[in-house]
Design a protein around this ligand. Structure first.
Ligand code: NAP
Length: 283
């Protein structure tokens, strides 16, 4: 199959590496020429340019740009497309993207491969990034079934686990498990930095170990992606943050009032619940 990828970064480059290894012809487009050259050099694409018209012959095009560039990219692509061309994206927020693109290109299938790293750009792209990871598809009522199946086949060929749901359900679910953790983790790092004694702060930095590494990881990631997910999934993120704040308040009260039994019960509940959130990670 001839597949186009726009946005040759971590996700676009990794998809390209896998698809080429599976025997597809991959045509890339990115904003900077040096990224196009790097993508060719690392084997993520067969050819690459800055010109969206170079994707005219692609049967399926994956938009892998940052969230704010998805809609402008689609608008610029449309004049070059055949009606049968399937468009899909990989953006981490779905409702605003699906609502904006579906009226412009009915053959659009919203998608979100849930694999990532703190590093960004083509240099971070690697083979097998999506293996065993969830890949969510969010078709609307009017999305052609055969196009959904085509995108699902591609996602399955990356060894990803396919999930299908509405864009709204996707955005609410990822607010809990992906976007809330970024803000919680960033506020953890920020709270530590508020230690007024420089000697204690430095000591804490030396003593920080695997517990801090695990809980702070997503707060030290790609800042632009963090801003985009907050901007595009604002309402769901705020909703989850309000629940988080009230949960934190309950825990603070238990500690202030020395309700140690209640605190331990709380920690017992979270200990029991955690594995249910890690099924995709542990599979
Ligand atoms: P990334 O590594 O920063 O890559 C994005 C690439 O898009 C950049 O390398 C940039 O290439 C290119 N680009 C930017 N604006 C463009 C434009 N207007 N036209 C063409 N190319 C453009 O980011 P990423 O992590 O791959 O994320 C890309 C998308 O995947 C986002 O929508 C994000 O929500 C989604 N996503 C990310 C993750 C994650 O954890 N990272 C996981 C799942 C989904 P140049 O160097 O050419 O400017």
């Amino acid at each position: 199959m001839r597949i186009g990828i726009v946005g040759l970064g971590l996700i676009g480059g990794s998809v390209g590496l896998d698809l080429r290894q599976l025997g597809h012809q991959v045509l890339g487009v990115s904003r900077q020429m040096q990224t196009c050259q790097a993508a060719i050099a690392c084997g993520a694409v067969d050819q690459a340019s800055r010109d969206l018209s170079s994707l005219a012959a692609a049967e399926l095009i994956m938009i892998c740009t940052p969230l704010d560039a998805i809609l402008p990219t689609v608008k610029q692509l449309i004049p070059h497309l055949k009606p049968a061309t399937i468009l899909t994206d990989v953006g981490s927020v779905k409702a605003p993207v699906v609502e904006a693109i579906t009226p412009l290109w009915p053959n659009f299938v919203g998608g979100h491969p849930m694999a990532g790293m703190t590093e960004a750009g083509i240099a971070a792209a690697h083979l097998g990034l999506f293996a065993g990871r969830p890949y969510v598809l969010t078709p609307g009522e009017t999305t052609p079934v055969q196009s959904v199946e085509r995108v699902a086949q591609i996602a399955r060929s990356l060894s990803a686990q396919i999930y299908q749901c509405s864009p709204a359900d996707h955005d609410r679910a990822v607010a809990w498990v992906s976007h809330l953790p970024v803000i919680a983790s960033a506020s953890l790092i920020a709270a530590c930095l508020s230690e007024p004694d420089p000697a204690v702060l430095e000591l804490a930095q030396h003593l920080a170990s695997s517990g801090f590494r695990d809980t702070s990881r997503v707060g030290g990631g790609n800042t632009y992606l963090g801003r985009m997910m907050a901007q595009y999934n604002r309402d769901e993120l705020l909703r989850s943050l309000q629940f988080y704040r009230s949960t934190l308040d309950k825990l603070i009260t238990e500690i202030e009032q020395e309700n140690w039994t209640e605190l331990e019960q709380h920690l017992q509940q979270t200990r029991q619940a955690r594995p249910q959130f890690l099924q995709a990670v542990d599979d």
